[in-house]
Each structure stands twice: as structure tokens, then as C-alpha cells.
Design a protein around this ligand. Structure first.
Ligand code: MG
Length: 187
């Protein structure tokens, strides 16, 4: 068996999210609070980074999306720490035998300057996913003044994740394939 075979299949997921910036809300991004005069509007805490990562994780498993699992019509999720949503998605992945390879995130924000906060976000996202910080990339870019993001009215995030499926013993797979064939022959 090849090295890749022992690791199991690699599955890739992508996610993205955008929320409007409004006065009177704390800015939650990547599981931490970033000092800013405005914060992201949302039914939850509006953390676009954690929402994008959660959607990427669910997408890699072909397990729906964040809106399906945590609907904004549900009062349980009002102002919820989005870390709880990501932890729930991580639990779903673990129960299905998936392991997280790496995550890569790009934040699109005109302001505030995010560079000083990226290492803290990286550690927090890694902690929420139960992986090492070296498995989590987080980058921030501006939108060059273009559109709603460029005008400072919204922040968006993109995420990509790679999972490896738990390898199953070959014997189990072979037995499962043979059983239905034998039944067909007898009938
Ligand atoms: Mg969202």
C-alpha cells in the first residue's frame, strides 16, 4: 500500500463569509476580539473567519453548511461565540474519522490593521481545531479601496481546509464488497 493509501483519502473544503461592519458591536475575528470602533453584524458574534473555516470543514465532509446546522432563526445561536460552532463541526469530523491536515485563511478587510493580531488568531483557530499553529495559515489583505470591503463597510474571509479520511483495514472493505455479490448468485 502506498503512503497515501495508509493515510486515507485527502478531502478538500472551501468556505467564505462576509458580514457588515456596524457601530456598537465588538469586532470578533478569528476567535479573538480586535480593538475597533465597529464590529461585525450577525445573528452570532459575526466572526467571518470562524464561519468560513466552519463551512470549509463541513464542505470537506460533504456535510451541508453552517446555515443548515446552525440556522439564524434559532435563538440558541443569537450572539453565540462562533468558536462553539466550529467546535461542533470539528466534533462531527472527528466522529467520522477525519483528521485535519491544514487550514489556510485569507481575511479581506480595509481596516483595522490586522497584521499585529494574526499570530493570536492563528493560535486560537489552531486551538479550536485541536491542531498545531503550524497547520493554520492566516493572511490579511485590503480590497484596495474597492467596493463595500474597500470602503470599510464589511469584512470577508476565505478558507480552505484539507482533511484526511481514516484508513480502513483492507480486509473489512473486501468483505463488504463480496457479500452482496454472493447473495445475488444464490437468488
Ligand atoms: Mg457568517
Amino acid at each position: 500500500m502506498s503512503a497515501l493509501g495508509k493515510l486515507g483519502a485527502v478531502r478538500v473544503g472551501q468556505g467564505w463569509d462576509i458580514h457588515r461592519l456596524v457601530s456598537g458591536r465588538p469586532l470578533r475575528l478569528g476567535g479573538i476580539e480586535v480593538p475597533n470602533e465597529r464590529g461585525l453584524l450577525g445573528h452570532s458574534d459575526g466572526d467571518v473567519v470562524l464561519h468560513a473555516v466552519t463551512d470549509a470543514l463541513l464542505g470537506a465532509m460533504a456535510d451541508g453548511d453552517i446555515g443548515q446546522h446552525f440556522p439564524d432563526s434559532d435563538e440558541r445561536y443569537r450572539d453565540i461565540d462562533s468558536g462553539e460552532l466550529l467546535s461542533e463541526a470539528r466534533g462531527r469530523a472527528a466522529r467520522r474519522g477525519y483528521r485535519i491536515g491544514n487550514v489556510d485563511v485569507t481575511i479581506l478587510a480595509e481596516r483595522p490593521k490586522l497584521a499585529p493580531h494574526l499570530p493570536t488568531m492563528q493560535r486560537r483557530v489552531a486551538e479550536l481545531l485541536g491542531v498545531a499553529p503550524a497547520q493554520v495559515g492566516i493572511k490579511a489583505k485590503t480590497a484596495e479601496g474597492i467596493g463595500a470591503i474597500g470602503g470599510g463597510d464589511a469584512i470577508a474571509a476565505l478558507a480552505v481546509i484539507a482533511l484526511t479520511a481514516r484508513a480502513r483495514p483492507t480486509a473489512v472493505r473486501t468483505r463488504r464488497r463480496q457479500r452482496p455479490r454472493a447473495r445475488v448468485r444464490r437468488a
